[in-house]
Design a protein around this ligand. Structure first.
Ligand code: GRF
Length: 208
C-alpha cells in the first residue's frame, strides 16, 4: 500500500458476506485502508473461514467464555491496540457495544444496518427480523444504511444510504438477499474508503 492507509478491524458474528464484500473491494473501491484484523464473537462463524482464505489474522472473543461483556470489551480493546487499529467496522456483528466503548471510539466505528434508518432499526431489529418488519408494514422501498456507532443501537450519525425495491412476492429471505447485493455490499466498502480518506486528510491538515 503506497499511499497512507488506515488500519481496519472488521467485527463479525455470522456468514461474513459483508466482510467478503470488503475484502473483494481492496485495491479498487478501498485504496486507503488495510483490513488487518477480523474479530468474531461467535466461535466457528463462517466469516472466520473468509478471513483465513484471505490471509487476514482473526480472533474469536466470546463474551460467554471470557465471563461477560466487560471482559469481552477489555480483550477486544487489547487486540485493537496490539494491531494499531484506526477504524472498526461492524459487519453483521450482533453484539451491542457499551457506551464507554463507543465513546472511546467515537466516530471510529462503522455499522451496516439492513434498512433505511430510522425505519426498522434499534435494539430488536437485526438480521431477518428487519425484513420481516418491512414486509409486514408493506413498504415499497427499503435498503441499507451505514452509520457511525454510538451508545444508541443504530442511533449514530448516518453516513451513506441506498434504497432497494421491495418486489411482489418477496419473502424475508429474498428481500434480505437483494438488500445485501444491491445495497450493503456496495455501501460498506465505499464508507470505509470515505472515512479512511477523511481521516488521512485531517491528519495531514493537523501536521501542517
Ligand atoms: C445481514 O442481515 C446484514 O444485513 C447484517 O448482518 C447480517 C449478516 O451479515 N448487517 P453478514 O453476511 O454476516 O455480513
Amino acid at each position: 500500500m503506497l499511499s497512507p492507509s488506515r488500519r481496519v478491524a472488521v467485527l463479525v458474528s455470522g456468514g461474513g458476506t459483508n466482510l467478503q464484500a470488503i475484502l473483494d473491494a481492496r485495491g479498487s473501491v478501498i485504496r486507503h485502508a488495510e483490513i488487518v484484523l477480523v474479530v468474531s464473537n461467535k466461535p466457528g462463524a463462517y466469516a472466520l473461514e473468509r478471513a483465513a482464505r484471505a490471509g487476514i489474522p482473526a480472533l474469536t472473543l466470546s463474551a460467554k467464555e471470557l465471563g461477560g461483556m466487560e471482559a469481552f470489551e477489555h480483550a477486544l480493546q487489547r487486540a485493537l491496540e496490539e494491531y494499531r487499529i484506526d477504524l472498526i467496522v461492524l459487519a453483521g456483528f450482533l453484539t451491542i457495544l457499551s457506551e464507554d466503548f463507543t465513546r472511546r471510539w467515537d466516530h471510529r466505528i462503522l455499522n451496516i444496518h439492513p434498512s433505511l434508518i430510522p425505519a426498522f432499526c434499534g435494539r430488536d431489529y437485526y438480521g431477518l427480523r428487519v425484513h420481516e418488519a418491512a414486509l409486514a408494514r408493506g413498504v415499497k422501498l427499503t435498503g441499507a444504511t451505514v452509520h457511525f456507532v454510538n451508545e444508541i443501537p443504530d442511533g449514530g450519525e448516518i453516513l451513506l444510504q441506498k434504497a432497494v425495491e421491495v418486489l411482489p412476492g418477496d419473502s424475508p429471505e429474498t428481500l434480505q438477499r437483494r438488500v445485501m447485493e444491491q445495497a450493503e455490499w456496495i455501501l460498506l466498502p465505499r464508507a470505509i474508503e470515505m472515512v479512511a480518506v477523511e481521516g488521512i486528510t485531517q491528519e495531514e491538515r493537523s501536521n501542517q
